[in-house]
Design a protein around this ligand. Structure first.
Ligand SMILES: C[S@@+](CC[C@H](N)C(=O)[O-])C[C@H]1O[C@@H](n2cnc3c(N)ncnc32)[C@H](O)[C@@H]1O
Length: 166
């Protein structure tokens, strides 16, 4: 198993959790994955990262390159309707958003409509096999009833299973 993140802290957390079971390193997806050979990876999980990247097609292209033909990329991102509801303006806007979360956490990410994300997947050489708009499990209701109510009615995130065609 290989894992990476641009954050040293995130890689250290993963190392503490996984130990020798994974090869982990700091890597910025703005750079080529030149330490991974072509078509050598069976499957990739990219959880809540893609919307932080300025050149998403280039990064997706690198992920496609290292995947073996028929291999899958499973990725999650903000649901575009959630961003639109929160930020307002045009649903069709494609632009970076800068926010401060939890008092002192500077966050930068891209908002864009669903069409634009799908076009980027295709441009990078992927086909979409499955789309999931997850809803919370009932166990969330006991701990965070308001969040449970909200996410039961409005999507927060969206997930895609993409395939590198054979
Ligand atoms: C919302 S967190 C998700 C963390 C983790 N993947 C998860 O699902 O719990 C976003 C992560 O994307 C990472 N990230 C942002 N830009 C990146 C880049 N250019 N290359 C690699 N990782 C990046 C951040 O360091 C951060 O760990």
């Amino acid at each position: 198993m290989i894992g990476f993140d641009q954050s040293v802290g995130m890689v250290e957390l993963a190392r503490a959790r996984l130990g020798d079971r994974a090869t982990l390193r700091v890597h910025d997806l703005a750079q080529p994955l030149d330490w991974i050979d072509d078509a050598t990876v069976d499957a990739i999980v990219l959880a809540l990262v893609i919307h932080h990247l300025d050149d998403r097609v280039a990064a997706l292209g690198e992920l496609r390159r290292v995947l073996r033909p028929g291999g899958h990329l499973v990725l999650s991102t903000h649901h575009p309707l959630a961003d639109w509801r929160r930020l307002g303006g045009s649903y069709f806007a494609i632009e970076p958003v800068e926010e401060v979360w939890q008092g002192d956490w500077d966050v930068r990410y891209w908002r864009q409509p669903l069409t634009a994300s799908c076009a980027e997947f295709f441009e990078a050489g992927f086909l979409i096999e499955k789309v999931v708009e997850p809803r919370p499990g009932p166990e969330l209701a006991a701990f965070f009833p308001q969040t449970y109510e909200k996410l039961s009615e409005r999507p927060g995130f969206i997930m895609f299973r993409l395939v590198r065609p054979s």
